[in-house]
Design a protein. Structure first.
Length: 222
């Protein structure tokens, strides 16, 4: 492997990891209020508001149903408004974050819905406030499942960054398309694929490890 190729792959990996990490954090920050709204306003929730819940659900489904490439293109004007350009990693982060937030919200919602309703009723009977029910009952009980779900979402964001590379986002996706595909550089294609595989495997390992660790600690204190 030549020094130039190694440098290109290293820079592409840095850009991809930058986009994945920042996009994941922003998507999580955006997704948490959405999922709290979904769970709280759902039928049987703390404040059941079925119409509001349906509107939020429709919004999530619309975002999730859009192909990733189309969603990135639609959000380019917003990216330009925020970061001043439609090219580069920072512009891609805007689109990826907004596109991934509904998925994270839905994943966390499904994890929270797995909790037995009896535990919520018991907390209410003991005088717990809505905030306490969310922070001390729902989230702790569902945390291992939430971690696994978020891991899957972050792995999806890795794929999102690869697609964003087709429209000038940079990273391994851009490297694979501009040099590997368009210039018929098989070595670059193979290199980018192998690095992405390693990144995905590491993310999955870390997510599973954290989920198992939380489970062990929870059972230890029960």
């Amino acid at each position: 492997m030549s020094g130039d190729l190694l440098k290109m792959l290293l820079n592409g990996t840095k850009e991809t990891l930058y986009m994945v990490s920042i996009s994941s954090i922003i998507a999580l920050i955006l997704g948490i209020p959405i999922v709290i709204s979904l769970v709280v306003t759902d039928k049987g929730g703390i404040y059941p508001l079925i119409k509001v819940n349906k509107v939020i659900g429709i919004f999530i489904n619309i975002i999730r149903s859009m192909p990733e490439m189309i969603l990135i293109i639609i959000l380019l004007p917003l990216a330009k408004l925020i970061v001043g350009t439609t090219l580069g990693a920072n512009a891609a982060i805007i689109s990826i974050s907004i596109g991934s937030a509904p998925l994270i919200a839905r994943i966390i919602e499904n994890s929270l819905k797995e909790i037995e309703f009896g535990k919520i009723e018991a907390a209410e009977a003991m005088g717990a406030t809505s905030f306490e029910i969310i922070t001390k009952v729902l989230i702790p009980e569902a945390l291992p499942s939430i971690i696994r779900g978020i891991t899957i979402a972050i792995i999806g964001i890795v794929g999102f960054t690869a697609i964003a590379g087709a429209i000038g986002a940079g990273g391994l996706g851009s490297l694979a398309i501009r040099f590997g595909y368009q210039r018929f550089r098989t070595d670059i294609l193979i290199g980018t694929v192998l690095i992405l595989l390693v990144v995905v495997q590491l993310l999955q390992f870390i997510g599973d490890f954290i989920a198992r660790l939380i489970n062990k600690k929870r059972y230890k204190f029960e």
